[in-house]
Design a protein around this ligand. Structure first.
Ligand code: MN
Length: 487
């Protein structure tokens, strides 16, 4: 996906004569150019569609052109929507209906029936909306003046999500070893996941990784050490441990790049021939944008790299996270998230430190890892679970805080947050929905983006927000269960 763009398709008809159509086209071009300047991706004007064939032609082109990440439609005039049926039925790309208007205000003196016929978005967009509803199409509707910042912001988020969808459909995940023995929630139907989300999830032997590690040169390791020095503080004298992590990182990256993989998983139960569980190695790979999941959790690994792509500059502040322990004191109720090593340093509040400590799990040498506190701010935690017959994407709003304790003896990166609507209700909702202990914690991807992602992929979405109650959620999950059985 070298070139990434969205296409602007404007609905109209022949009724108004060539002059009106020319005005519509000129204005649509102006709007596409103007919007392209403030959106993360180019919006390219394609056609003012007046016939079934014109719509079908642009949809066919959109489906087969890899540079087209989605289409944005709008009606300046009225566009009878039966001409859209065949094209919309064939559309395989994300679709946004921008319900906007060229002019901001109704001009008091100028308005007459000619003006009304040219400027009738309120009329045309309703006809256009009906047909997508009639077709039961998943699409995004964004209403507002096209120069408003709020419209820009929502359209930008939708575009980033559509890019995440395109990325997902080409995603390859490299697994080293299977899932951790006996764990349920990290399992999943890889065939179903490929059908729904496009992921190619396959396994490579740990022995092969060890072979590649053995071929890494001292010079390559020196170069990686320079990168570590420029990004992190060294709080250890054990350079051998750090150099070993560099060797692991180089080898894992070589194997992923050779296969075109953007995410990987491993497990401490399958480190045959490796001296350390990758810690710093996995963390720096995550900072580069690769997805990671511990204990063989390929679902969280894939979601992590996709959410990074959906964030700022296609490598945002999304991290592999695990719910660990609670502070349940009145007035100070928090979740503490961490992992045994692997938290992405892009969410650090200050420069991370490289430390070396023993690891009780995995029966290997003391691994080097990055230690830091996560930053403050509004965030979401996201979990994809396999319900048997369907995938469920669960998203919870959280507020990350500066950890209330220094925890000097905790040798891993940590994040502390308040869950919405409150800690206890939030826990009850999360557990009721079947959310995993592994999540993607994100500061720059919104719950609305995750909902849009689920809609574009036609999977179930559950959002736990400030307004959620256990009772409303139980009802929603019960109804979802019936609805998804009927689909
Ligand atoms: Mn874990």
């Amino acid at each position: 996906m070298e070139k990434k763009e969205f296409w602007f398709v404007v609905g109209s008809q022949f009724l108004y004569g060539p002059e009106v159509l020319e005005t519509v086209e000129n204005r649509a071009k102006e709007m596409a150019l103007g919007l392209s300047k403030v959106l993360p991706y180019k919006l390219v004007y394609k056609v003012t569609a007046k016939t079934n064939k014109e719509i079908m032609d642009v949809v066919k082109e959109a489906n087969y052109d890899d540079s087209c990440l989605g289409i944005v439609t709008w009606c300046h005039t009225f566009s009878p929507s039966k001409m859209w049926i065949n094209g919309l039925e064939a559309l395989q790309k994300p679709y946004c209906h921008l319900a906007t208007q060229y002019n901001m205000e109704i001009p008091n003196e100028e308005i007459d029936m000619d003006f009304m016929n040219l400027n009738q978005s309120a009329h045309g967009d309703r006809e256009h909306g009906f047909i997508a509803s009639r077709l039961r199409m998943q699409r995004k509707v964004i209403a507002g003046y096209w120069k408003d910042e709020e419209v820009h912001s929502r359209l930008s988020s939708w575009m980033r999500t559509a890019y995440g969808v395109a990325f997902s459909k080409n995603l390859k995940v490299m697994r080293f070893g299977d899932n951790m023995r006996e764990v349920a929630v990290t399992e999943g139907d890889k065939v179903e996941t490929q059908i729904k989300l496009g992921w190619q999830v396959n396994t490579w032997p740990v022995g092969k990784l060890v072979e590649v590690m053995d071929s890494v040169t001292e010079k390559e390791i020196d170069e990686m050490m320079d990168i570590y020095r420029s990004s992190y503080d060294f709080a250890t004298d054990d350079m051998d441990s750090v150099r070993y992590q560099a060797k692991e990182e180089i080898a894992i990256k070589k194997m992923m790049d050779a296969e075109g993989c953007s995410a990987f998983s491993n497990t401490f139960q399958d480190l045959y021939g490796m001296e350390q569980l990758p810690g710093l190695a996995s963390q720096h790979l995550m900072a580069l944008g690769y997805g990671y999941g511990g204990e063989g959790d390929w679902k969280v690994s894939a979601m992590m790299t996709i959410m990074k792509k959906m964030g700022k500059d296609e490598n945002g502040e999304s991290a592999f996270m695990e719910d660990y322990t609670y502070n349940l004191a009145p007035g100070a109720k928090y979740s503490l998230g961490a992992h045994m090593l692997e938290v992405c340093p892009t969410i650090a509040s200050s420069r991370p430190r490289i430390e070396v400590h023993p690891l009780g799990i995995g029966d290997r040498k003391d691994p080097a890892r990055l230690v830091f506190e996560g930053k403050e701010g509004d965030a979401i935690v996201v979990s994809l679970v396999d319900m048997g017959g369907r995938l469920r994407l669960i998203c919870q709003d959280v507020k990350c805080v500066k950890p209330i304790l220094p925890m000097p003896n905790l040798p891993v990166a940590r994040v502390m947050w308040q869950a919405y609507p409150d800690l206890e209700t939030g826990i009850e909702c999360w557990i009721t929905a079947g959310g995993a202990h592994h999540t993607v914690l994100s500061y720059d991807v919104s719950a609305e983006q995750m909902k849009d992602f689920a809609n574009m992929m036609a999977i179930e979405f559950v959002h736990i927000s400030k307004d959620t109650t256990v009772e409303s959620l139980e009802k929603e999950l019960f109804l979802n269960d019936i609805a998804w059985k009927l689909r």
